[in-house]
Design a protein around this ligand. Structure first.
Ligand code: FES
Ligand SMILES: [Fe+2]
Length: 345
């Protein structure tokens, strides 16, 4: 399908903005992963765009995302305990419900004297792809949805979150970049060609697709042999590859870097195999993808600047191998524009 959609890399419209400050405001209106579902046996700390959060699962199984700071004397709820449908502060035991209201103060003999304004910020939650997602302000977009996966019977396995000293856009661009394979991934992928073929890239709004053939090298990454790779990225924060093996079926890797700060992400990610996938088992697929990620971290984490230079302060030159990246930047730009226009309206 993508063959007809190849875009000459140098015929893209010029990029205008967004400026860093606009990007930061827009990102507050986007869904981001903040915890793995499997880690919620105990309350988990998270940071999203500078907001310190706690993520926990109530007794009835509902995931909750709230401000991590107790409004009594600043206790850290991620050190607290779940109580029924809420959480108790580790310091003096004040309990807050999943609606954010203070429900119990142990030191009070009369619970009707709970200060009415003792509440904690409580954020919307979606649980999807093995992770808990939240949004700090009125969401500008619905939660990510990929039509290509709709008919697949998938088993998900979340990888260990990876702390990366890059911004969201740099993290996504790294995941999509193909020209770095022979230099960064020689161990996981084996030797791969330096020359990048004309890339087949398509963009519609916030979505960018790219199709490539994987010619199995001798690295672990290609253990299951040749396949077609379908890259799909949705701005600002979702990057996926669906690997289609004629012999075995489909498997997926998906990354969702989450901005702890503008230029510092926690990369949440996972793999998913069709339940009928007959290649490597899902643990092995996770191991290989983690190997690839860990090869990237030191290189991506040392890039200057740490986030895409939307304000145009740094010199950068692009070549045809950057076609996916250039399209992603336009999609990111469109996301920021949409989020802020809606907000103004
Ligand atoms: S600081 Fe949380 S109960 Fe006192
Ligand atoms: Fe990489």
């Amino acid at each position: 399908m993508l063959q007809t959609l190849r875009q000459p890399w140098n015929e893209l419209p010029p990029l205008s903005g967004p400026k860093r400050e606009a990007a930061e405001r827009a990102m507050r209106r986007q869904w981001w992963a903040v915890a793995r579902s499997t880690d919620l046996d105990t309350p988990q700390p998270a940071v999203l765009l500078g907001e310190r959060l706690v993520v926990y699962r109530t007794a009835s199984g509902k995931p909750v995302v709230q401000s991590r700071r107790c409004p009594h004397r600043g206790g850290d709820f991620s050190q607290g305990k779940v109580h029924g449908e809420g959480i108790a502060c580790p310091y003096h035991g004040w309990q807050f419900g999943s609606d954010g209201k203070c429900a119990h103060i142990p030191s009070l003999d009369n619970q009707s004297k709970i200060p009415g304004r003792a509440t904690i910020a409580t954020y919307p939650v979606i649980e999807k792809w093995g992770h808990v997602w939240t949004v700090l302000e009125q969401p500008a977009m619905p939660m990510y949805e990929l039509d290509a996966w709709a008919g697949l019977d998938l088993e998900w396995l979340a990888g260990p979150p990876l702390d990366s000293e890059t911004g969201v856009a740099v993290a996504i661009e790294n995941f999509r970049d193909v020209a770095h394979f022979p230099f960064v991934h020689e161990v996981s992928m084996g030797p791969s060609p330096h020359i990048v073929e004309p890339l087949m890239v398509k963009r519609e709004g916030l979505d960018i697709w790219m199709q490539r053939s994987l010619n199995a090298g001798n690295g672990d990454w290609a253990n299951d042999g040749d396949c077609e790779m379908y890259y799909h990225c949705t701005a600002p924060g979702l990057a996926t590859i669906t690997y289609d093996y004629a012999k075995y079926g489909k498997r997926i890797v998906a990354g969702f870097p989450s901005p702890m700060a503008y230029d510092h992400v926690m990369i949440f990610w996972g793999v998913a195999n069709e339940r009928s996938y007959s290649g490597a088992d899902i643990e092995e697929c996770l191991r290989i993808e983690e190997m690839v990620y860990r090869e990237d971290l030191p290189i991506a984490g040392a890039l200057e600047p740490r986030e895409v230079d939307w304000d145009g302060t740094y010199v950068e030159h692009s070549v045809p191998a950057d076609l996916f990246t250039l399209n992603y930047r336009r999609a990111f730009n469109e996301f920021v524009g949409t989020a802020l226009v809606e907000q103004a309206g």
